[in-house]
Design a protein around this ligand. Structure first.
Ligand code: SAH
Length: 224
């Protein structure tokens, strides 16, 4: 029936528009500072919803979601460890482990979220055992964000970074830059074609700035 056809056409157009808006917001997040991202979402809460729907769709196409890998990792370690989840999204980590988890994001998708810019989280220095960035190292002020993670981590504490594989230009340069920021590489899991999972331990405060090599390409999704 023609009306059925036009409804289907309309649904497809709406789907395309949402996909286009997702790609646009995503690109903005990767090309602005975290302060600018905070302003974007504050001024347009709908943008956040669209972003999250698109993000979940993208990661849903992958054979494995890195957040599950991080949950498995945390379950192998003592539940007494305090965790900070930077850019927590829908709080999969906080809702899957027994640990005390501080969940930070720009907009609350869940009541477990503390709303803040991850470059400035409301935690005391050296109060956290494990800091997590799961597909969340988005701002261009990467160094400032990682310095904040360093501040809240205890000496010897763990930093877990899961990032889209294609964002890394040069893993060795990235790991060297992390060393300057006070994070020693503990393990690298490059086995997924989609994401890299890097584990670091805090060795001390950031040594000097800026840390060359600390660059990640924006993750831009193709039109489908
Ligand atoms: N870690 C979650 C969500 C990843 S999506 C998961 O793996 O499922 C990236 C998240 O980082 C988004 O929820 C986005 O809102 C958040 N984010 C981006 N910039 C941020 C900032 N400056 N401060 C806090 N959260 C931020």
């Amino acid at each position: 029936a023609p009306s059925g056809r036009s409804a289907a056409l309309r649904a497809r157009m709406e789907e395309r528009l949402l996909a286009a808006r997702f790609r646009y917001i995503n690109q903005q997040l990767y090309t602005s500072t975290s302060q600018e991202a905070a302003q974007l979402f504050q001024s347009d809460p709908e943008a956040f919803e669209i972003y999250h729907r698109g993000f979940a769709q993208q990661v849903g196409r992958w054979p494995e979601n890195p957040v599950h890998r991080i949950v498995r990792y945390l379950r192998r370690r003592p539940a007494s460890l305090v965790v900070a989840d930077f850019g927590c999204g829908d709080c999969k980590i906080a809702s899957s482990v027994k640990n005390k988890v501080h969940s930070f994001d720009l907009v609350p998708l869940s009541p477990l979220v503390t709303v803040c810019d991850m470059a400035k989280v409301p935690l005391a220095a050296e109060s956290v055992d494990v800091a997590v960035f799961c597909l969340a190292l988005m701002g261009t002020n990467l160094q400032e964000i990682l310095e904040e993670a360093n501040r809240v981590l205890k000496q010897g504490g763990t930093l877990m970074v899961a990032e889209v594989a294609s964002r890394f230009e040069d893993i060795r340069a990235f790991v060297n830059a992390m060393a300057q920021l006070g994070f020693k590489s503990v393990s690298k899991d490059l086995s997924s074609a989609f994401f890299h999972l890097l584990e670091f331990a805090k060795t001390g405060p950031p040594r000097r700035r800026p840390a060359p090599g600390l660059r990640l390409r924006p993750c831009l999704y193709k039109r489908r």
